[in-house]
Design a protein around this ligand. Structure first.
Ligand code: AMP
Length: 191
C-alpha cells in the first residue's frame, strides 16, 4: 500500500505517518527526518542542506528527488511506503508520478491533513519549546507555512483530479485523526 500525507507543518503528518507505518507494517519515509539525519551525520549532504532547513526554505528539487529515488529503491519499500513531507512542489510530484510509473505502482491514498494557519503556528511554537528544532523559530515557521500554501497546497488539486484524495480535519486529537485515517485505509482495502 502506497500512502502519501499532505498538510501544513504542525498538522501532525509525522505523528500520523508513524502510526500508519506501525499499524500496516510499512516504512515511514520522511524527507525532513532524512535531511535532519544527514545533518546530524555531519557529511557533505548535511552541510549542503543545513542552511535551507535553518531558514525554513525548501531544499532544491533535484536533490530531494534523488534522495527519494534511492530510498524507494530500498527493499523495505517494495511492498509500499508512507510518504511524509514529499512531494512539496509540483516538480517533485511530477517526478514521483514518473518514478511510480516506471515501477508500475501508484499511490493508493493521498491524505490532506487540514489545519488553520493560526493553529499550525501555535502547535509549531509549542513544539519548538518541546523539541528545540532549529527551524521552529517564529520567522522560519511563517516562511514554511507560506511555502506550504504557495508551493505544496496546489498538489491537493493535482491528487484530487486523480481521484485518490481524502481530506481529514486535523484539529482534533491524535486518536480521532488516526481513527479516520484507518477507516479510509480499510476502505481502500489494500495492505
Ligand atoms: P519537515 O520535517 O517535513 O517539516 O521538513 C523540514 C525541512 O526540510 C523543510 O523546512 C525543508 O527545508 C526541508 N525539506 C523536507 N522535505 C522537503 C522537500 N520534499 N522538498 C524540499 N525541502 C524539504
Amino acid at each position: 500500500m502506497n500512502v502519501l500525507l499532505l498538510g501544513p507543518q504542525g498538522a501532525g503528518k509525522g505523528t500520523q505517518a508513524t502510526r500508519i507505518a506501525a499499524e500496516y507494517g510499512l516504512p515511514h519515509v520522511s524527507t525532513g527526518d532524512m535531511l535532519r539525519a544527514a545533518i546530524a551525520a555531519g557529511g557533505e549532504l548535511g552541510r549542503r542542506v543545513k542552511p535551507y532547513l535553518d531558514a525554513g526554505e525548501l531544499v532544491p528539487d533535484e536533490l530531494i528527488v534523488e534522495l527519494i529515488r534511492e530510498r524507494l529503491a530500498h527493499p523495505d519499500a517494495s511492498n509500499g511506503f508512507v510518504l511524509d513531507g514529499f512531494p512539496r512542489t509540483m516538480a517533485q510530484a511530477d517526478a514521483l508520478d514518473a518514478m511510480l510509473r516506471e515501477i508500475g505502482r501508484e499511490l493508493d491514498v493521498v491524505f490532506e491533513l487540514q489545519l488553520a494557519d493560526e493553529v499550525a503556528h501555535e502547535r509549531l511554537l509549542a513544539r519548538a519549546l518541546d523539541e528545540g528544532r532549529s527551524d521552529d523559530t517564529p520567522e522560519a515557521i511563517s516562511r514554511r507555512l507560506a511555502h506550504y500554501h504557495a508551493k505544496t497546497e496546489p498538489l491537493v488539486g493535482h491528487y484530487r483530479a486523480k481521484g485518490n484524495l481524502v481530506g481529514i480535519h486535523a484539529d482534533r486529537s491524535i486518536n480521532e485523526v488516526f481513527a479516520e485515517i484507518q477507516a479510509a485505509l480499510d476502505q481502500v482495502g489494500v495492505r
